[in-house]
Write a protein that binds this ligand. Sequence first.
Ligand SMILES: Cc1ncc(COP(=O)(O)O)c(C=O)c1O
Length: 389
Amino acid sequence: MENNFDEITERRNTNCFKWDLDGGDILPMWVADMDFKTAPAVIQALAERTSHGIFGYSLTPPAFYKAITGWWNKRHGLSISKDWIVPTPGILPALSATLTGLTSKDSKVVIQPPVYNHFFVTIEHGDCQLVENNLVYEEGQYHIDFEDLDKKLAAPEVKLFLLSNPHNPAGRVWTREELQRIGDISLKNKVIVLSDEIHSDLVYKEHSHIPFASLGEEYSLNSVTFGSPSKTFNLAGLQTAYLFTENEELRKTITEVLQKQEMTLLNVFGIEGLIAAYEKGETWLDELRTYLYDNYLYLKTFCSTFLPEAGISPLEGTYLVWINCNAFGIHSDALAGRLLQNEQLRISPGSIFGKPGDYFIRVNIACPRSLLQEGLERLARELRKAGPA
Ligand SMILES: Cc1ncc(COP(=O)(O)O)c(C=O)c1O
């Protein structure tokens, strides 16, 4: 490997959300950012931009759009036109503007818990009502209840279906067949699909990311896709993302909201970071994926030896491992509290991802292996105290 992902970079006292929120000796394995330096090409591009010394308002240049279209083409085989792309300062702001534009008061939005906790907040802030199409957990794996989805999308107030593709926190990379069924049910019920593909570049082994928009023109026209280099290249602090849709009317409506909310200008460094990452970051990313998957295998081996009762969900994508702690008989809120207090370890309690997550935890494994090992030892010590129920 050219890149050394074992290297520990001190992040404390850098205003780091993950490390400085608690401070002290807390080992953070929660919020979805990585303890790795980004790709060298990105660091170099940002250093060059810094040396210019002037950081006034920035245009979003043609190279920005070219980098995005090139990336989706080479990494995911999806051909998108630059005209479909709308830059945004993050996926959550983009989702929020989309909800504002495409719903009215009391519209309903369907999600699939356990799912990314901020979806709940964004829908609430958008004055919409939430409808849950819970994923089904069977033999340690998640799948979609399509019958229930059809029923839920049939309600006339349901305007949008918000999909996490790949799925945070279940770690699923949805197959073409699954996505096609979602697409067909949505088309039949005239519900627009919002496909959040922020984790699309972090998929492993035999799994490949299927962009929702790649299913065919009809599906593409009935959807909006949300993308970003922020998870892939650890650039969340640069606040740079985008959405794209082939549907001109949807694009126009969302763009108008973004304009009204004064959210059309991007961060100078975010623009440079995205271009460098997408143009020159592929080798780094492929090495990162190998390292992350090895971390997952390390976690699995560790748990099969020291925590055999813990149910490790297969990690098809993302760097967030979803662990079933039902056997220990302790609610995830209580477990998270005990881990923080007794072991100085912060993980995400499954409860924040919706009721089906109550007895699960989510562990972020995007860190040097020595930190992962330390975190797992702390986790095991506390869970062994709880013991199997
Ligand atoms: C599924 C999903 N969507 C969106 C976000 C947040 O995106 P942004 O930081 O661009 O708003 C995250 C962050 O963890 C996520 O997991």
